[in-house]
Design a protein. Structure first.
Ligand code: SF4
Lengths: 195, 240, 458
């Protein structure tokens, strides 16, 4: 408690006079004419894959893409995995997960990211510990940019939520880009076309 | 138009021909040029070394010599920037930042020059000196996401015969930096060598700049290594 | 006392390596140029980000308390630490409460600043850095040389050697794919067997009481979600007022840092996962003092993107270690003197004041202006060598008197003209080591002007 009062007192003593908070609405944003195409291009540019499918093709598509997957899990009803996530209590038990499929709540055109809140992934560790990641996304949820995304989501609604932009990567060795640093080696976005 | 010529100390002492070219071009563009005889230095060498407090006298010499003029022109972006940022005019309604101009800036913004006399038939590489570019905003630096523009480059392209050569890292610092050139000798020399190499890679014949201080450093390296590259201040090129 | 010039000179002994270092970082700068160029409103975004940070610093106490309140409501345990020691002790206290023996840690410049690793190791707790770059330097018993690219100073062959000795990769193997895969396997074991996770924080949202962590590798999340205890350590300046401000900072951060549009993972944590604990430690460690320095306070706006390092022509040619401080490069050179002016007094001079850092900075910190101001502080407080001081005093006198100035100029030019080369290029002439001295003309411009324009030259 002592640290707390010392710090707050020092801030009060040393801070400058109040500066007004600028409104983020003042920004004249770049208009993106075709969000879906931009999103698709971006996902591919950052090392992901995009497949356009019908809503009832999720199961078969994942099976086609990952024929050798032994352990799979899902956060969406459109795909049935081999592991029932609800029964897992120790996150480390997901160590051997090959493929994890879940629903993305929205996509962001300007950077190819998808928003995945806790409700969609069931287990926080699942989308990270898995070898491959599949996100099912409705085309209609793709928004222009990060400002639009934060207008849409309530970050505090769930205990955890994250944007994922492409598969896990690193360039820590001489700036050579390598996919699959710690998280999934691949990311596939299954885009459900709007009818 | 009546203008006062501010000749930075090292140009006065070491590169008088640069000041002559500046004077001549200003005159041929119709200016009446005065050279206040008791000028010395803006005080930048001391200030950048951490001794702004010993440069007070130099600053007052500057004020004594120039305060009467409405237009003060110097062939150096670096010295002009220092005056703008650190020398306070006695009358605060006439700040030096409104009255002191770097040479190219004066040609473009005040004289609004549209053509230049004579010609200069060489492949020219422009070294954008940092204080002119990022300090005085004589152009848009490569870091900024704005429409590219450069006043010195624009003037060079106006000069008949000049072939302005594009460079790879066109606005990287040459490594002069005042006392930095000596106190950080190793990096300073390396930066200079790298700048020169960029010009050589693009087959530049004449390396020019708005600042003679950058050129003094680069020319020192060029001469030591006997590199076939000529160094000229932009006033000389534009006056040539 | 850090002597940047000396360290830089040593770095430059191997010119091929200096070129390699320079080009590697320039490559990152070019990626940044490309990514930022895709946003037409880039400059407006920088302005906005800078404005939001200015505002936040001016109400930092209010936002810190708001954050604490909301975070506590969310089930996060919030702690405060005045300095590095208090921070380290708090971390240790939490860890010992849970009998933790080994932790997995993702990148946090704050914990580097507090020297948490050696502190915990001394107490018998094993720390495993999980960011690949950090793991490399940890295994190499080295230190990070860059805040975003910790192992940027090492060549792949050197990484291969370290991995061979420490985690048993094949001798001589240096392929980045192979080495990264080996590190992945090695670190997976660490994640599965550790007892707690420590992370840094990129942003803490006052309005919602949550924290945001950005990584590309996914190492922070692997740590956080596999462990039951998570300690997030943050400097008090990481606070932002509202969640909507994330849109602004995130659009700038990754583009500035690595030229990506967004980091692969941008994780928002508001509640600990069921049955787990989430601790946030708010650390001062000199920040409130910096807040009290009007000339230097806006260095606290830094979002640690590293762009000022990548763009700095001196950093690229002297390496991160030459700065001898946790945070190297231009931002390090304005932060470090605030902690210890004597020790770091050479850093503000490790710059030509070219201003590239200020133009690249996504939150518009006037870095090069602050470098200039630190020089004045160092000069006024006597942290500059006596010889330089005497030279500057002398110059002050020369330029303070027109008459004296002309006399000295004449003498200098004359002397140089008549002196034998051997005398000029002596050991003490540092300028002349690799450079010719300028020409020494017979007359000054003033002499010429008197003759040719006033007609009364002597
Ligand atoms: S000072 Fe600016 S450019 Fe440098 S790391 Fe901080 S935010 Fe990035």
């Amino acid at each position: 408690m002592e640290s707390r009062s010392t710090i707050l007192a020092a801030v009060r003593a040393n801070k400058p006079g109040e500066v007004a908070l600028p409104s983020i609405r003042t920004i004249e944003r770049n208009e993106i004419s075709n969000c879906t195409d931009t999103f698709k291009n971006l996902v591919q540019a950052i090392g992901g894959k995009v497949e356009e499918i019908q809503y009832n093709e999720v199961q078969e598509t994942v099976e086609r893409l990952f024929p050798d997957a032994k352990y799979t899990a899902s956060g969406t009803k459109r795909y049935k995995g081999t592991i029932q996530l609800e029964h897992i209590t120790d996150p480390k038990a997901l160590e051997n997960l090959d493929v994890f499929v879940c629903r993305g709540l929205l996509g962001v055109a300007e950077n190819g990211a998808v928003w995945l809140p806790e409700s969609a992934i069931v287990h926080r560790v699942a989308p990270f510990i898995t070898q491959h990641m599949v996100v099912v996304l409705n085309e209609s949820t793709i928004l222009e940019d990060m400002h639009a995304a934060y207008d849409e989501i309530d970050v505090a609604e769930y205990g955890f939520g994250f944007f994922m932009a492409g598969p896990s990567k690193t360039a820590d060795i001489e700036q050579s880009l390598v996919h699959g640093a710690h998280g999934p080696r691949s990311l596939t976005v299954l885009l459900l076309k709007t009818l | 138009m009546r203008v006062a010529l501010f000749v930075p100390c090292y140009i006065d002492q070491l590169y008088p021909h640069v000041a002559v070219a500046t004077l001549e071009l200003l005159e041929s563009l119709g200016c009446t040029v005065a050279f206040p005889l008791d000028q010395t230095c803006c005080g930048q060498p001391m200030a950048n070394a951490g001794f702004e407090h010993v440069s007070a006298k130099a600053m007052s010499v500057f004020i004594d010599n120039f305060d009467l003029y409405d237009y003060i022109v110097a062939p150096s972006g670096s010295c002009v920037l220092h005056v703008h940022e650190h020398i306070k005019a006695p009358d605060s309604s006439r700040p030096f930042s409104d009255r002191v101009f770097e040479f190219c800036q004066f040609l473009m913004d005040v004289l609004e020059v549209k053509e230049l006399p004579g010609s200069f038939n060489q492949k020219v590489g422009l070294h954008e000196s940092c204080h002119g570019l990022r300090g005085l905003r004589l152009g848009v630096s490569s870091e900024l996401r704005k429409t590219p523009y450069s006043k010195p480059a624009h003037l060079l392209s106006m000069k008949k015969g000049v072939e302005l050569v594009p460079l790879t890292r066109w606005d990287e610092c040459c490594g002069f930096g005042g006392t930095f050139a000596v106190s950080e000798e190793a990096v300073s020399v390396k930066m200079g060598k790298d700048r020169i190499q960029d010009h050589l890679d693009h087959e530049v014949e004449v390396l020019t700049s708005t600042d003679m201080s950058c050129l003094m450093h680069l020319d020192g390296l060029i001469k030591k290594e006997r590199i076939p590259l000529k160094v000229m201040h932009i006033a000389e090129v534009l006056n040539g | 006392m850090v002597n940047h010039a000396k360290n830089a000179e040593a770095f430059n002994q191997d010119e091929a390596r200096t070129n390699w270092h320079d080009e590697t970082l320039w490559f990152v700068r070019e990626k940044r140029d490309k990514a930022s160029g895709q946003i037409p409103e880039w400059e407006a975004l920088r302005e906005l980000a800078s404005g939001i940070k200015d505002h936040t610093l001016s109400k930092l106490d209010v936002y810190l308390e708001e954050f604490e309140k909301k975070a506590t409501e969310n089930g996060i345990k919030v702690h405060w630490a005045v300095d590095a020691q208090a921070h380290n002790e708090k971390v240790f206290e939490i860890l010992s409460d849970h009998g933790v023996k080994r932790i997995v840690k993702s990148k946090s410049m704050l914990t580097e600043e507090c020297h948490l690793n050696p502190y915990l190791e001394e107490k018998g707790i094993e720390v495993v850095d999980t960011d690949l770059g950090e793991r490399i330097v940890q295994l190499a018993e080295d230190t990070p040389s860059h805040i975003v690219l910790p192992a940027i100073h090492l060549k792949k062959e050197e990484v291969g050697e370290v991995f061979h000795n420490r985690i048993g990769t094949d001798k001589g193997a240096s392929d980045p794919y192979y080495l990264t895969e080996a590190a992945r396997q090695h670190l997976r074991q660490q994640f599965l067997t550790a007892d707690a996770a420590i992370t840094g924080v990129n942003f803490a949202i006052a309005e919602t009481g949550g924290i945001v962590i950005c990584t590309n590798e996914g190492n922070a999340d692997m740590g956080v979600h596999t462990q039951n205890v998570h300690i997030a350590c943050m400097g008090i300046e990481k606070i932002i007022p509202r969640a909507e401000h994330l849109g602004v900072f995130l659009r700038l951060l990754a583009r500035s840092a690595t030229g990506q549009h967004l980091t692969v993972y941008t994780s928002h944590l508001h509640k600990p996962k069921e049955g787990s604990e989430l601790h946030v430690i708010l650390v001062d460690n000199g920040r409130t003092e910096q807040l009290g320095r009007p000339d230097f306070r806006n260095s606290l706006k830094c979002i640690r993107c590293g762009a000022c390092m990548n763009t700095c022509p001196i950093y690229r040619r002297s390496g991160g270690h030459s700065y001898g401080s946790t945070i190297p490069g231009p931002i390090g050179a304005i932060l470090s003197p605030g902690y210890d002016l004597e020790k770091y007094s050479s850093l503000p001079f490790a710059s030509t004041l070219c201003g590239s850092c200020s133009d690249v900075c996504p939150v518009k910190i006037d870095i090069h202006t602050q470098l200039y101001k630190w020089r004045q502080v160092a000069g006024a407080e006597g942290h500059i060598a006596g010889s330089k001081k005497r030279a500057m005093r002398f110059m002050g006198m020369v330029f303070g008197s027109p008459h004296f100035y002309r006399k000295v100029g004449r003498l200098m030019r004359r002397a140089a003209r008549f002196m034998p080369n051997k005398w000029i290029y002596n050991r003490r002439n540092v300028w002349g080591k690799s450079r010719e001295i300028p020409p020494m003309p017979k007359e000054s411009f003033r002499d010429w002007y008197m003759k040719n324009r006033l007609g009364n030259g002597k």
